[in-house]
Ligand binder design. Structure first.
Ligand code: GDP
Ligand code: IMO
Ligand code: MG
Length: 416
């Protein structure tokens, strides 16, 4: 009986999970997404080709690896079918849980309209409908992929639900489709997706029982977790390792190693607290050098320094065994590099994430920069001050940094 390993983001998403999942995919029989939806944007670069994956798991480029979309995911058939079209080899190696929830166009419309109504208080969502889809799931009025089997019945249930909310939808400007329109739309999804829909939990149990290797691919990041992130500026799912179990149907004893992904600095898209954000030219330099623009929405990402306090929180809450430190090369050439080592809240210095991160001011330690790490593939060949930076981060956050990434390319990855 083997155990499943987990990859999770330790910051505010976009840490480089896609690169590491792809890097590990060929050594795994299965790669499974367990939460979120097409709010995720996981980039994989192979040679001069760049893939942006939103729902398709990042094991897809590894031809022998099977890919599963677990029950914890909210899936937009329309967007998923578009994404599938870039691959012609998905038959027999892509599976979708019949318990994953459907995200339909009205979810996205509600998301966008309610963000608009919030004005300055908006969360800054991706506008993809993730929150409203999870709202329906938790309110027990959502619909699952398995229901596509009977599109007439499903359409009736969806319309009845929309009718019950007619007044609210009217305020938000969300139209209710006709039953015939909706049936036609759902039938078109069924035609493409039904060969892929199955009980993926049984598949994963079977895989582990047969000593297969299973990798559970997280989306978003710990600080966007519905419970342990910067609520309410979070996503609507459990993004941490605990969510991997319920998101595919495993129990904690099934889990082997947890690898946490973190950038050598910090970014965030959307609103909400970010104590180590840098509003100066240095923050802009990180954005330009790191190409910090959203994979899903194209929005510029807010940039700043590595937050060791938030990272230590993430290590503990996820049970991180090892860290992959990404984008070290983006800091190449900086004379000095700052790391947030504590917060000041009401004149008191603390080393944990407080109830409201909004109130925290960063306490920085400054490190000496280095020349060039870009493309370096062994730890020994890194500049001395880059090595010192990595070792110091390790001791600040309390977990081993076993992987260091020095470019978007698969091969530019140091394993210590
Ligand atoms: P994810 O959502 O966690 O998968 O991360 P994204 O794909 O949204 O963002 C990470 C970005 O950084 C992508 O454009 C990657 O190609 C890129 N990237 C990953 N690792 C490295 C690295 O070590 N160096 C540089 N310069 N870019 C990297
Ligand atoms: P990956 O998997 C970065 C952010 C949004 C917003 C908040 C809520 O690529 O790391 P939502 O649309 O989920 O309701 O938005 O969460 N967000 C992400 N930020 N990376 C992501 O995914 C994200 N998915 C959601 O910007 O602040
Ligand atoms: Mg991303």
């Amino acid at each position: 009986m083997s155990k499943a390993d987990i990859i999770v983001g330790l910051q505010w998403g976009d840490e480089g999970k896609g690169k590491i999942v792809d890097h590990m995919a060929s050594k795994n029989d299965y790669v499974c997404r367990f939460s979120g939806g097409h709010n995720a944007g996981h980039t994989i670069v192979v040679g001069d080709k760049k893939y942006a994956l939103h729902l398709v798991p990042s094991g897809v480029l590894s031809k022998e690896t099977k890919n599963i979309i677990g029950n914890g995911v909210v899936l937009s058939p329309k967007d998923f079918i578009e994404e599938m079209a870039q691959f012609d080899d998905l038959d027999g190696r892509l599976f979708i849980s019949d318990k994953a929830h459907l995200l339909l166009s009205y979810h996205a419309m509600i998301d966008q309209a309610s963000e608009k109504l919030k004005g300055k208080g908006a969360i800054g969502t991706t506008g993809k409908g993730i929150g409203p889809a999870y709202v329906d799931k938790i309110a027990r009025v959502g619909h699952r992929l398995g229901e596509l089997q009977d599109c007439h019945k499903l359409a009736k249930k969806v319309i009845a639900h929309l009718e019950q909310n007619r007044d609210l939808l009217g305020v938000l400007g969300v139209p209710i489709p006709s039953e015939d329109e909706l049936i036609a739309e759902l039938e078109s999804y069924k035609e493409v997706l039904s060969p892929f829909i199955t009980d993926t939990t049984l598949m994963i149990w079977d895989a582990l029982a047969n000593d297969k290797k299973v990798l559970l691919e997280g989306a978003q990041g710990t600080m966007l977790d519905i419970d342990h992130g910067t609520y309410p500026y979070v996503t609507s799912s459990t993004t941490i390792s605990a969510g991997a179990c319920s998101g595919v149907g495993l129990n904690p004893k099934d889990i082997g190693k947890v690898t946490g992904i973190a950038k050598a600095y910090c970014t965030r898209v959307g609103n909400g607290p970010f104590p180590s954000e840098d509003f100066t030219q240095e923050g802009e330099l990180i954005r330009e050098r790191g190409q910090e623009y959203g994979t899903t929405t194209g929005r510029p990402r807010r940039c700043g320094w590595f937050d060791a306090v938030a990272l230590k929180h993430a290590v503990r809450v996820n049970g991180v065994d090892e860290i992959a430190l990404m984008k070290l090369d983006v800091l190449d050439g900086f004379k000095e590099i700052k790391v947030c080592v504590a917060y000041e809240v009401d004149g008191k210095v603390i080393d944990y994430v407080p109830y409201l991160l909004e109130d925290a001011k960063p306490v920085y330690k400054t490190f000496q920069g280095w020349g060039k790490s870009s493309g370096i593939r062994t730890f020994d060949n890194l500049p001395q001050s880059a090595k010192e930076y990595i070792l110091e981060l390790e001791s600040l956050v309390g977990a081993k940094i076993r992987i260091v990434s020095t470019s978007p390319q698969r091969e530019d990855t140091i394993i210590r």
